[in-house]
Design a protein around this ligand. Structure first.
Ligand code: URA
Length: 480
């Protein structure tokens, strides 16, 4: 039996040198008694190492990465496990890719536990400022890792806290960073007295950013196991903060339901009045169109490319009102030039209407949309946006003087009548609108595009065309 005594404090080179010598001497895994330096061995009368008869062992890079973590684990069996893997790898270089192998599983489990410990160290080391010399500030931290990870994690802290001097002391070694030089000791350190007047500041900050509405005690316990609490100043606050959370959330909800202070209503009323106050009506369609380019009556102008105003003759017997410009119209600056526009164009042609003779416009003049990746998806304008844009529509009607106005879809109906009506109840009938003017409600061409059933789509399209023709006939016969 070969007895090998190691310091065993996470130093891969120490294990690697011993393992290489054993492997070259042809010593099998069962013939090695791995133990910690200073610990008694059952095999004190162990034989001296036989001479090397074999070439140095070869291992894949993945084994060294694995061993670097495993060797930091506190499990006393880690050296024997690594040596078994090393010997087996000589005959089976693909061993590590066998996820069901008991040794591979055991090593992976140890490595995971070390990685978790490393993560906790980066999350839970709390530095306290101590008296320093010279220009650099000096900090001290105490941490209690489960494994021998100080040397492994020290470079991380050196990178993160390069502008200060610090020491991290642990029962499994310590790391110091002074004037840009990192040094690591694997000797156990004693817990220092840590007293920092800025702790109070940290606790105040922690309590202030603690969000009672997002408390998840289970997740907190899993992320911050109890054993770390004693070295985390904020841990003393947490039970109290968690206990108060429901009451604070209830208070927040109650607060939100309170009516705003009286001056809020006055300010809102003043703002609304000035926003709604109709500017003097421009005298020509061209002037209205120009004014609408700078419209900020609702927030849609912020995200749209441009105002898409109506187009057509200055005077037209037939006005056709849609909902709002789509993606294509927003870019082109003209109404009905996209897919719905193509449906409308075909229907107009079938109905015997010359598009150039009708006035085409929309209830809302800016494209409302929601981003989805690179696409801009149509979003229906709300009642406020429709109401704000009605001012422009009324200007268009007043100037164009149509005899018949066709409302295509519910948004156009809302804009023209102020009523949110069911389309099916009012569709296809000419009804009086302004004095000497009639309204005809029909469907929106985009609706026809969305009908999945071809027969229904054909029937609805025919009805749409018939309703447009009906409007056209009325526009020709109604007195001007
Ligand atoms: N849909 C509308 O309502 N108007 C357009 O201009 C384009 C599509």
């Amino acid at each position: 039996m070969q007895a090998v005594a190691l310091e065993g404090r996470g130093d891969l080179a120490e294990w690697r040198d011993a393992a290489r010598a054993l492997a070259m001497a042809g010593v099998g895994p069962q013939e090695v008694d791995w133990r910690m330096a200073g610990a008694a061995s059952l095999f004190d009368a162990a034989a001296p190492l036989p001479p090397a008869t074999r070439p140095p062992p070869r291992v894949p890079r993945a084994f060294l990465d694995l061993a670097e973590s495993v060797v930091c684990h506190a499990d006393p069996g880690r050296f024997a496990l690594l040596y078994r893997l090393l010997v087996r790898l000589q005959d089976d270089p693909a061993l590590l890719s066998m996820p069901a192998d008991a040794d591979v599983v055991a090593a992976a489990r140890l490595a995971t536990s070390v990685r978790r410990d490393c993560h906790k160290m980066t999350a839970f080391v709390r530095f306290r400022e101590t008296a320093g010399e010279g220009g650099r500030r000096r900090f001290l931290a105490w941490f209690e890792p489960d494994h021998h990870i100080v040397a492994l994690k020290a470079p991380f802290f050196a990178r993160r806290f390069a502008d200060m001097d610090w020491m991290i002391l642990t029962p499994r070694g310590s790391a110091a960073f002074e004037d840009g030089v990192l040094s690591v000791s694997r000797d156990p350190a004693a817990k220092p007295v840590l007293d920092d007047p800025t702790d109070a500041l940290w606790l105040t900050y922690y309590a202030a950013i603690f969000n009672p509405a997002r408390v998840k005690p289970g997740a907190m316990r899993a992320e911050m196991p109890k054993k770390y609490w004693k070295n985390l100043p904020e841990a003393a606050l947490i039970p109290q903060l968690v206990a108060q959370a429901p009451a604070r959330v209830a208070a927040m909800a109650a607060q939100a339901a309170l009516p705003p202070p009286a001056h809020h209503a006055r300010i809102q009323a003043r703002r609304q009045a000035s926003a709604l106050a109709a500017p003097p009506a421009p005298e020509s369609l061209a002037a209205v169109r120009e004014a609408a380019r700078n419209c900020t009556r609702c927030a849609l102008h912020c995200t749209a490319t441009q105002t898409v105003f109506g187009e057509g003759p200055d005077r037209a017997a037939l006005m056709i009102v849609g909902e709002q410009p789509g993606d294509r119209e927003d870019l082109a600056g003209r109404p009905f030039v996209g897919a719905a526009g193509a449906v409308l164009d075909r229907a107009l042609a079938t109905a015997g209407i010359d598009r150039a003779q009708a006035y085409l416009t929309n209830a809302v003049k800016h494209f409302k949309h929601e981003p989805r990746g690179k696409r801009r998806l149509h979003a229906t304008p709300n009642a406020h946006e429709v109401a704000q844009c009605r001012w422009w529509l009324r200007q268009e009607i007043a100037l164009v003087q149509p005899r018949v106005v066709v409302a295509m879809g519910a948004t156009a109906v809302l804009a023209l009548t102020g009523q949110a009506s069911r389309l099916a109840d009012i569709r296809g009938r000419l009804s009086p609108f302004d004095p000497g003017r009639a309204l005809l409600v029909t469907t929106h061409p985009a609706h026809l595009l969305r009908l999945p059933d071809a027969r229904r789509a054909a029937a609805q399209t025919a009805r749409f065309e018939a309703e447009l023709a009906q409007a056209q006939r009325a526009a020709q016969v109604l007195p001007a």
